[in-house]
Design a protein around this ligand. Structure first.
Ligand SMILES: Cc1ncc(COP(=O)(O)O)c(C=O)c1O
Length: 411
């Protein structure tokens, strides 16, 4: 092991969403934060080094991405995913969510319907409604925690008129890495019903050893022609705060429309530090990524085994990708607000509320396990003890809620 992921990085007072907003989000300062999707693990030193070097130059003016920058990304896609993209196909962005919003504006009309598979990353629904388009959901099928697309339901909805489908691949929050046949079936439906395929592949490098990511656009020329793929180094290398991303579009007509709206929104420029960090990540970050994925896999396996053996009333399926565990708390029979309150005030944990991912997330919570192993152990032991107390009727939820109100009153 060259990199030390066991060190606990104190992120407090760095203006980070995850730890510095506990009081605002959870009404309690001293919880273990396991919500927003970034990692508590230190980024690759190879990235830190280029940022420091660039910072030493005292002029921080406008900068462009050069051939070396693009080649680093093109080579990464070829080498990791066997996907040969061309320089021309890339549209620069600063964020996947911004890209989704602008792509919808550029490539769909105000009266159009856009389909998503729920539960899914909450910003998908917001991007659709925020762009004034109509949201249609096709819930995934939950087969004892193993989620699959409901192809029949998708087809019925496509048949009734859908302009675009936003695919989450791999899927946040259910942790699926879609198999080739699943991707093909979804893409073929898009082709059959003339639906634009927008594929959010931001989690595509966070794949565990038994799975394999396939960029949907790489499946065939026909699929590539209708696909807009959004990616970023943010999740892979824990550089989300750098705000840089890519949109890949082979189809020139679609691409020109997207480019126009990105240009008029002044989105093509990037932070000088983001450019350096992104290039270094794709050129030099592979070894770090491979060690980091090994570390995450140990965390994941520990979490799943711990929950199954120590807290059997909760249900969790082993995620195939991402560092997010989608945990089913329904057997505790708590309302969503009581569940949140229980987690914060009895277990001392800040998790992501399942209903942020759609109504199908009621009774669920998302836990981010990209932290040191010791912190994860600590969090899971807290959770097991709190569930035990709840089940032995030693815990008075109503009293906990009262305490949370008292804390709010103290603000
Ligand atoms: C599926 C998915 N897309 C996009 C994002 C955010 O991307 P960005 O920060 O580049 O807007 C996230 C963050 O959690 C995500 O899970």
């Amino acid at each position: 092991m060259k990199y030390d992921f066991d060190q606990t990085v104190d992120r407090r007072n760095t203006r980070c969403f995850k730890w510095d907003l506990n009081k605002v989000n959870f009404k309690r300062e001293d919880i273990i934060s396991m919500w927003v999707a970034d990692m508590d693990l230190p980024a690759a030193p190879e990235i830190t080094e280029v940022i420091i070097n660039r910072a030493k130059h005292p002029v921080y003016g406008y900068s462009f991405r050069d051939n070396r920058f693009y080649n680093a990304y093109i080579n990464w896609q070829k080498h990791r995913n066997n996907w040969q993209i061309k320089r021309d196909w890339i549209v620069n962005s600063n964020s996947v969510v911004t890209s989704l919003c602008l792509i919808l504006q550029a490539l769909t009309a105000p009266e159009d319907k856009v389909l998503i598979n729920s539960p899914v990353y909450g910003q998908f629904a917001l991007a659709v409604s925020g762009s004034g388009r109509t949201l249609v959901t096709s819930p995934l099928r939950n087969n004892e925690g193993y989620y699959t697309p409901d192809f029949q339901d998708m087809e019925n909805k496509f048949r009734s008129g859908i302009a675009a489908f936003i695919l989450c691949s791999p899927h946040n929050p259910v942790g699926r890495v879609w198999k080739e046949e699943e991707l093909r079936l979804m893409a073929e439906l898009c082709l059959k019903y003339n639906v634009l395929l927008i594929s959010d592949e931001i989690h595509s490098d966070l794949i565990f050893s038994e799975s394999h990511h396939i960029p949907i656009a790489s499946l065939s020329e026909d699929i590539s022609r209708i696909t807009v793929t959004c990616t970023s180094p943010g999740k892979t290398f824990n550089v989300s705060g750098m705000c840089i991303g890519f949109v890949i579009i082979e189809n020139k007509i679609l691409r020109e429309k997207v480019k126009d709206i990105f240009t008029s929104s002044h989105l093509l420029a990037a932070s000088i530090f983001a450019i350096e960090a992104c290039q270094a990540a794709y050129e030099k970050g592979e070894r770090w990524l491979s060690e980091m994925l090994g570390y995450l896999q140990t965390n994941r396996d520990y979490l799943v085994k711990f929950i199954r053996t120590e807290i059997p009333s909760l249900k969790v399926y082993t995620p195939e990708g991402t560092y997010l565990a989608w945990i089913d708390f329904r057997l505790l029979h708590l309302s969503q607000s009581d569940l949140l309150c229980f987690l914060v005030f009895a277990a001392g944990l800040g998790l992501d509320n399942g209903t942020k991912f759609g109504e199908e997330g009621r009774g669920f919570m998302r836990l981010n396990f990209a932290c040191s192993f010791s912190l994860l152990q600590h969090a899971l032991h807290n959770l097991a003890a709190a569930v035990k107390e709840l089940q032995s009727n030693d815990l008075d939820i109503k009293k906990l809620i009262k305490e949370s109100e008292v804390i709010e009153d103290c603000d």
